[in-house]
Design a protein. Structure first.
Length: 425
């Protein structure tokens, strides 16, 4: 199961070896046609002798006549179905064939024979479980110490001395502690805290949090560089309650739900104009359900203009990914606000947004130019559509004419603090 090169037209996969007088079958399927009824109609020509006829050949290979299927899907990749269901095999074996038009098979001639079906085996080397009876003698020492991949069968009577630690520990401890002329290259690490605290606190915080939180009757003098995996535990309550200088903010929303023709999109660009100061926090996106949703949200000040394919003109607010989403049209997925940077708009200001999804498509509606949805706080104008595409700022853009595309979902925001007037009233 290999995937086509999305830059157009070329299938890439590991080389397939075909020996002399051998035959190999290939099956090219399009499992997602995005509504196109005849995705390969212009790329096939009929023949008259399926399987036995030669469609094209050269001095090295024969391309035999083949067949085609309708209604291919991931659930029914071989087209098992009926003409009523739209999933079926067109023409059976022995009759009309269907063959690639203007296609090209790239290959190279192989001078080698077929590889063996099983690896060769050799007799393993003999291994001794005891050391030699006595050491070997030499008139001069070796220039470097010998290294063994296996530990000694039994400890030496006196400890060995090495400038580097051994790669594998010994089977049993030596009779005396080993001595090293060099300290360890790296400190030892433990995923669990010690059973008893050290006598005095360390002068520096831990480089990384422990898997389980440490327990102390007193707070540390220096905070850790990163938070612990689990919350810290304290035997005393905080000295006073926490305080905030700002009141909590209630969330408002502007729902974009228009009556235009429903369509799928991998990216939608639209403009938001504020009627009062608002803090845009996130979006709820309507979708068709499925797997592999990876949302990316971008923004730029002012209108979209001609920047719909210019990545340098946009600032990324964040992203959110979902493995699976259920197909419920009236229950859009709300992107987590903690994943996105908020955007502040004052009354009269316009901000452009671009919501893209890599891996799956979501819902937009076709509308005429000038279509807006609005409430007393803000308005959303129909914009442009990116479909289909394989990069975030693909050059394929729809909606540059009279037909526009409206984002379907919710703009979620809270009220912002109005800026002061330029001069006192």
């Amino acid at each position: 199961n290999f995937t086509a090169d999305t830059n157009g037209g070329r299938l890439s996969f590991p080389p397939q070896f075909i020996g002399v007088e051998q035959t190999r079958a290939f099956y090219i399927a399009i499992v997602e046609t995005y509504g196109e009824i005849w995705p390969l109609l212009g790329g096939l020509l009929p023949g008259i002798n399926y399987r036995d006829g030669i469609w094209a050949n050269d001095t090295a290979i024969n391309l035999m006549e083949g067949l085609k299927f309708f209604g291919i899907s991931e659930e029914k990749p071989m087209g098992i179905g009926t003409t009523d269901s739209g999933v079926y095999l067109l023409e059976g074996p022995g009759g009309t064939s269907y063959n690639m038009k203007d296609a090209r098979i790239e290959y190279s001639l192989a001078d080698t024979i077929m590889p063996s079906t099983e690896p060769t085996t050799s007799v393993p080397p003999t291994i001794s479980i005891v050391p030699s009876l006595g050491p070997t003698s030499s008139m001069s020492p070796s220039s470097s110490p010998s290294i063994s991949s296996m530990p000694s069968g039994s400890p030496s009577s006196t400890p060995s001395i090495s400038s580097e630690p051994s790669s594998v520990p010994s089977v049993s401890p030596s009779s005396q502690p080993s001595v090293s002329a060099m300290p360890s290259l790296e400190p030892s690490e433990s995923s669990m805290p010690t059973s008893t605290p050290s006598k005095s606190p360390s002068s520096k915080p831990s480089a990384a949090p422990s898997d389980a939180p440490s327990v102390s009757s007193k707070p540390s003098s220096v905070p850790t560089t990163v938070p612990s995996a689990a919350p810290s535990v304290s035997f005393e309550p905080s000295a006073s309650p926490t305080m905030s200088l700002m009141p909590t903010q209630s969330r408002e929303f502007l729902e974009s739900s228009t009556a235009g023709d429903r369509s799928g999109s991998f990216g939608v660009l639209f403009e938001v104009t504020a009627k009062r100061s608002i803090l845009i926090q996130t979006f709820a996106v309507k979708h068709f359900g499925g797997n592999g949703f990876n949302f990316h949200v971008f923004t730029k000040s002012g209108s979209i203009g001609s920047s719909y394919s210019d990545a340098s003109a946009w600032t990324k607010l964040g992203q959110a990914s979902y493995g699976t989403l259920s197909s419920t049209l009236n229950n859009p997925v709300t992107l987590p606000s903690q994943n996105l940077s908020p955007v502040m708009l004052n009354a009269g200001e316009t901000q452009s947004f671009y919501i893209a999804c890599v891996g799956n498509y979501f819902r937009v509606h076709e509308e005429s130019a000038g279509t807006v949805v609005e409430n007393s706080d803000a308005s959303i104008a129909a914009g442009l559509n990116k479909y289909p595409y394989d990069t975030l700022f693909h050059s394929s853009t729809q909606g540059l004419g009279s037909t526009k595309y409206m984002f379907q979902g919710k703009l979620i925001y809270s009220y912002g603090v109005e800026p002061p007037s330029s001069s006192p009233s």
